[in-house]
Write a protein that binds this ligand. Structure first.
Ligand SMILES: C[S@@+](CC[C@H](N)C(=O)[O-])C[C@H]1O[C@@H](n2cnc3c(N)ncnc32)[C@H](O)[C@@H]1O
Length: 300
């Protein structure tokens, strides 16, 4: 049964549950953060414990956010803009792709717990994870559901790191790796369900339309799409969905968090039906929407 906890309660709970070594380490990181960030940033981070934890975790990303006022004023050139070249269709150097995929895989456990907890995956069939990195989500999904098979689709330089992980997880036989770009290649067929986990918010509406059209094309009639990512609060902006991820995409200089209503509209435009926002335990981490490709035979 989903529990509706707010961000502060979750942070307090995890702080109380943290072992001593973790609290000492967190204290050290706070001290480091306090030494390197400017006063305005410290004041903001102090009032927002979740942001502080994410900044620590995503040290790689948030150098750009060390002086947020300069970022908001457009006075700096965000370092991430170069790092994210691949979002705009550029090449990813292998070492950077590996570093980024590790970072994503680390935070994937929380996201996978939400998606799997929502009961949106079937017990049998094939799930294709598009933009699935090195397979962290598929690993969690297939471990939880022995009847499932997987297809992992991501850029060639990114999936190069996948075989080692899948072999360690004992899943090489159940997961097929499909290198490609959703900007230029058709998606492979054969999946009953396609997941897009933390993929769409990296991109503008034009690319999102392209991705959803490719997903629609690859699915059979009655096939399902699951998208899960942080979402905007829409008419009621939220601290994590709008403020935090708004700054995150600003630093990337691409993409944006979208409201569930906006996702529904884009899904319907692509031809999907029955778009449904699922209840979330940790909506500040991710929210999940499912939709279905209409069953043409039933409609006739
Ligand atoms: C924000 S990461 C999310 C990774 C993973 N789904 C997760 O939640 O941990 C976005 C993913 O989209 C992939 N991606 C970006 N552009 C792509 C493209 N043109 N074709 C295929 N995958 C792409 C990236 O390589 C990366 O693995």
């Amino acid at each position: 049964m989903p529990v509706d906890l707010d961000t502060g309660a979750l942070v307090q709970r995890s702080k109380r549950a943290a072992p001593l070594w973790r609290r000492v380490w967190d204290g050290f990181l706070d001290w480091k953060l306090a030494k390197t960030a400017d006063p305005a940033f410290q004041a903001w981070a102090a009032r927002t414990p979740l942001v502080r934890r994410l900044v620590r975790h995503h040290a790689l990303f948030y150098r750009d956010m060390a002086v947020p006022v300069a970022l908001l004023r457009g006075n700096t050139r965000p370092e991430r803009a170069d790092y994210w070249a691949y979002v705009a269709g550029g090449d990813v150097p292998e070492a950077e792709a590996a570093q980024y995929s590790r970072l994503m895989a680390t935070s994937q456990a929380m996201v996978a717990a939400e998606v799997l907890g929502s009961g949106s995956l079937p017990n049998h069939g094939t799930v294709m994870d598009v933009g699935g990195g090195t397979g962290a989500f598929l690993t969690a999904a297939l471990r939880a559901t022995p009847g499932l098979k997987g297809i992992l689709f991501d850029l060639p330089t990114v999936v190069e790191g996948a075989p080692k992980h899948l072999e360690n997880a004992g899943l090489s036989e159940r997961i097929q790796i499909a290198p490609g770009s959703f900007r230029t290649d058709a998606l492979p067929k054969g999946a009953d369900l396609i997941s897009l986990i933390r993929v769409l918010y990296d991109h503008d509406d034009g690319v999102v339309r392209q991705i959803l059209a490719a997903v629609f094309e690859a699915l059979p009639s009655g096939g399902k799409v699951i998208l899960s990512e942080p979402m905007s609060g829409g008419r009621h902006p939220s601290r994590s969905g709008d403020a935090y991820f708004g700054v995150y995409t600003l630093a990337m200089t691409t993409g944006r968090p979208r409201s569930p209503e906006r996702h529904h509209a884009l899904l319907e435009e692509a031809g999907f039906q029955r778009a449904r926002l699922l209840p979330a335990c940790q909506p500040h981490i991710t929210r999940t929407i499912t939709a279905v490709k209409p069953n043409i035979l039933k409609a006739i």
